[in-house]
Design a protein around this ligand. Structure first.
Ligand SMILES: *[C@@H]1O[C@H](CO)[C@@H](O)[C@H](O)[C@H]1NC(C)=O
Ligand SMILES: *[C@@H]1O[C@H](CO)[C@@H](O)[C@H](O)[C@H]1NC(C)=O
Length: 334
């Protein structure tokens, strides 16, 4: 939201629902060491993930996820996709013990989190937050079996554009940062992952899970992606995750003037932030939503929604069975 002045934010609030784009909450499905994109079949995978979405989630996932899943933690009831990121931990500055940081729902500009528990907020945008792209460039949605990642855990410098942090205090999200905040944030740490908008149109995946996609976005925030290159000509919806890590209960254990004590679950700092996407919308439901100008934010007539109280009942089994909560002397799998 960094590029919105208060006046344009107000204009957005008052705008008629005549734009194409989706934004909706998904509750936490599970927190486990599984990664069906990067380490399919590994039970467990190398590090811990926070996962939302459909109950077809498993150590490996092939074929049409939208046909196999029977429930989803996402508000859009035809969306059986899975969305996941690493998990944030607090590393005690003096004794070195770790404690998992809880996730809390994002409080968006329009509407509340509608009863989500934990989880993250997902966006599928066509242009930016307030306009659609139907006249400029049509958007083609993903195919069954499609998957992609953004970011790499081995990155120790700055994460690339679109992978950012914000320090939440009161009503303010503050500026977008390419590093963890250097002071305690009373409202937690806000993490954003923007995925690329251009697909090669052929491969559902690639060896690095990224080269079938191309990122033409060169600015932070919800900006329209510049035209896709000939190598990756298919314009797909711009997928974004927003997650709020509630760091507040650890702030008193962060001595003033010392480095940020939070680490990602692969023992990584800010640069290694990454996210995974496994497409799983049922049938042509996402394409229908993207092709209609009526579909904007939560007011989307052409696809069905469920109450978050129903979404919250969707679960998967604990495949790994290890302790990830409370004080632990090492990160799960490390
Ligand atoms: C997970 O995948 C395995 C291997 O494909 C399969 O046998 C099992 O039934 C799946 N479990 C669930 C709960 O979907
Ligand atoms: C580290 O400090 C925390 C908070 O006081 C405590 O709960 C935890 O048990 C400590 N770990 C060790 C190894 O002493």
């Amino acid at each position: 939201m960094k590029h919105l002045t208060p006046v344009s934010a107000l204009a957005l609030l008052l705008a008629p629902a005549a734009h194409a784009g989706l934004r909706f909450p998904c509750s936490t499905l599970t927190i486990q060491r599984l990664d069906p994109v990067v380490q399919p079949g590994s039970l467990p995978s190398a590090h811990l993930h926070h996962i939302v979405g459909g109950n077809a989630f498993n150590a490996s996932m092939e074929g049409d996820v939208g046909e196999r899943a029977t429930c989803t933690t996402c508000q859009m009831s035809e969306d059986f996709s899975n969305y996941w990121t690493a998990v944030l931990y607090f590393k005690h500055p003096t004794n070195g013990s770790y404690h998992r940081v809880p996730v809390v729902p994002v409080q968006p500009l329009l509407g509340g989190s509608q009863g989500a528990t934990g989880g993250l907020t997902v966006y599928y945008t066509q242009f930016d937050l307030s306009r659609d792209n139907l006249k400029q460039q049509s958007v083609t949605t993903f195919k069954p079996g499609f998957r992609m990642t953004v970011g790499v855990p081995t990155e120790t410098g700055k994460p690339h554009v679109g992978l950012r942090y914000q320090c939440l205090t009161g009503q303010s999200r503050g500026p977008e940062l390419s590093d963890f905040p250097d002071k305690p944030c009373s409202g937690g740490i806000f993490a954003t992952h923007h995925f690329p908008a251009c697909w090669d149109g052929k491969n559902l995946d690639s060896p690095d899970h990224q080269s079938h996609m191309y990122n033409t976005i060169n600015r932070d925030g919800f900006t329209n992606a510049p035209a896709c290159p000939a190598s990756h000509p298919v314009r797909v919806p711009q997928v974004t995750f927003e997650t709020v890590w509630d760091t507040s209960k650890f702030n008193s254990m962060w001595p003033s003037g010392t480095p940020n004590p939070f680490v990602w679950s692969f023992e990584g700092k800010a640069g290694g932030t990454h996210a995974d996407y496994m497409f799983g919308w049922k049938g042509d439901s996402l394409q229908r939503a993207m092709a209609k100008s009526e579909c904007f934010y939560d007011g989307c007539g052409s696809i069905t929604k469920q109450a978050m109280s129903d979404a919250n009942r969707c679960t998967v089994k604990d495949f790994v069975g290890e302790k990830t909560d409370g004080w632990v002397d090492k990160l799960p799998g490390m």
